[in-house]
Ligand binder design. Structure first.
Ligand code: FAD
Length: 458
């Protein structure tokens, strides 16, 4: 008889976990609290447009068995697969230049005095003990890596702009989300020489971001994106498979989880179910609350971002990346993304889409003019490029603040769960405190669970 497995949470990770276990011949039930699956993949709708909740580009995992499974699911006919050349190179490049405010700040554009101070600190870095660098606050992290001058000049502003908190209040786990670890400072020759040192290789960007030799690319796994515009297309592709292969329980609120004779009983508002294994793919806080019966509140509430969508006529020059963080403290735009560059434009009728994320607290009188001026100033579009906001396309989204206190709380929740949970319940959702945030991190947790289950069955 097939073993019964329950996946709790029907976001991207839960959906793929369900299909993976079905393929491995398990009897799979997917429990989702809301009325539809998709989580972050669900779109906002405005007129004829399905607009992404946030730009999303998943990676392959580097685990052959899982990646082969992805190849079967994300077929060549419907999905583009990008190898390193077209992949996110993790800096904000505008018009072939690194943006000084990007994730790879271009310190070559700063004064000689600033360059000297950063250079001194960076060169000291290779002889310092960095073992604790990933478990500190951003103030210490940046200070150790780039020195006080760089910290106060650039990184302090970035932290404030992003999270409305000073760097000493933000955990270094935040760099998993906003990659703030590398700089461009030295000449090409010197950079290449210094990058031979493994520590310095981590913090000095390859000088020519447009021609990075293969052996300098750390993450060689490809990424994928639907050929048609929109994360919505992941869902329209996956949903029929889910409906056919998996028992889907929507609108299911879990009120109790208990273990009797090694079977896991899950009580929902609709029915009580019994399973051999459970993969938890919803927020860990939810599971913790089921076990501890205690209400857990974050120390710093998520901040509100507003997203705006606009159309332009011509392809936007994005310098090989699909997003651009903007750390210019003087303007409220946080991030712009150009997802259409990664898909075809059939649905958009030759238009190209731009998505803006803006702090909700900022009041702008004429947002259309503001955003157009913003793009023109950065030479992302020319003046003659027709720019039009999609009507009724303003949506609010909440962003988790990776403050030291929130990350510590998350870490406590996970350690308590790991101690208390029976061995047939597996935690497979995001754990920022353990640097697990992206889709490939989460699906790797699913794969680890699969290996443990196989081991258990022997
Ligand atoms: C703005 C933004 C952009 C991102 N971009 C990328 C990217 O480009 N690439 C990347 O790899 N990752 C990205 N991520 C990370 C992203 O969160 C993961 O990649 C992935 O989509 C998370 O999937 P998930 O299934 O874990 O979570 P979610 O999509 O959040 O889904 C969780 C599901 O669980 C359900 N649920 C919650 N509680 C319960 C409960 N008690 N019982 C049952 N169901 C429940 C929810 O309703 C939801 O459907 C991004 C994250 C954000 C916020």
């Amino acid at each position: 008889m097939k073993k019964k497995i329950c996946i709790c949470g029907g976001g991207a990770n839960g959906i793929l976990a369900a299909l993976f276990f079905e393929k491995k011949n398990y009897d799979v039930t997917l429990i989702e609290r809301s009325s539809s699956v998709g989580g972050i993949l669900k779109s906002n709708k405005s007129g004829n447009y399905y607009l992404d909740q946030g730009y999303w580009m998943p990676n392959y995992t580097g685990i052959k068995e899982m990646d082969d499974f992805f190849d079967k699911i994300f077929t060549k006919k419907k999905f583009n697969k990008f190898f390193y050349k077209k992949k996110d190179i993790a800096g904000s490049i505008i018009n072939k230049k690194l943006n000084p405010y990007s994730s790879f700040p271009d310190f070559k554009t700063y004064s000689k005095k600033v360059q000297k101070s950063i250079s001194n600190q960076v060169l000291k870095y290779k002889i310092t003990d960095h073992s604790n660098n990933f478990r500190v606050n951003l103030d210490t992290y940046f200070g150790n890596r780039f020195g006080n001058i760089a910290k106060n000049l650039v990184f302090k502003n970035i932290s404030k702009k992003f999270w409305n908190l000073a760097p000493n209040k933000i955990s270094s786990a935040a760099i998993k989300v906003v990659h703030l670890g590398r700089i461009n400072l030295f000449s090409e020759k010197k950079s290449l020489r210094l990058k031979k040192n493994p520590f310095l290789n981590e913090i000095i960007a390859y000088p020519n971001q447009f021609k990075i030799p293969f052996h300098y690319i750390k993450d060689k796994t490809p990424s994928f994106y639907p050929k048609n515009y929109g994360v919505n297309n992941f869902l329209t592709h996956l949903l029929p498979m889910i409906k056919k292969k998996v028992r889907l329980n929507l609108n299911s609120n879990i009120s109790k989880i208990s273990v009797i004779n090694k079977k896991i009983n899950i009580c929902t508002n609709k029915k009580n179910l019994k399973f051999d294994y459970v993969l938890w793919c919803g927020p860990n806080k939810e599971l913790f609350q089921l076990f501890s019966k205690k209400k857990v509140n974050l120390f710093h509430k998520p901040i509100k971002h507003q997203t705006f969508y606009a159309l332009v006529d011509k392809k936007i020059y994005d310098g090989g990346i699909y997003w651009c963080w903007d750390y210019d403290i003087k303007n409220p735009v946080i991030r712009i993304t150009f997802p259409n560059n990664y898909s075809s434009n059939k649905i958009l009728k030759n238009k190209k889409i731009i998505m803006f994320e803006v702090h909700e607290s900022t009041k702008i009188k004429n947002i259309e003019n503001y955003l157009k001026k913003y793009l023109v100033e950065r030479k992302i579009i020319k003046d003659n490029n027709s720019f039009k906001l999609i009507p009724n396309s303003t949506f609010t989204r909440f962003f988790f603040i990776p403050s030291v206190k929130n990350v510590k709380l998350e870490n406590n929740i996970i350690s308590t769960l790991e101690k208390r949970l029976p061995s047939n319940i597996f935690l497979c959702s995001a754990q920022l405190s353990n640097f697990k945030f992206y889709f490939d991190d989460l699906i790797k947790l699913v794969y680890e669970s699969y290996l443990k289950i196989k081991q258990d069955e022997l």
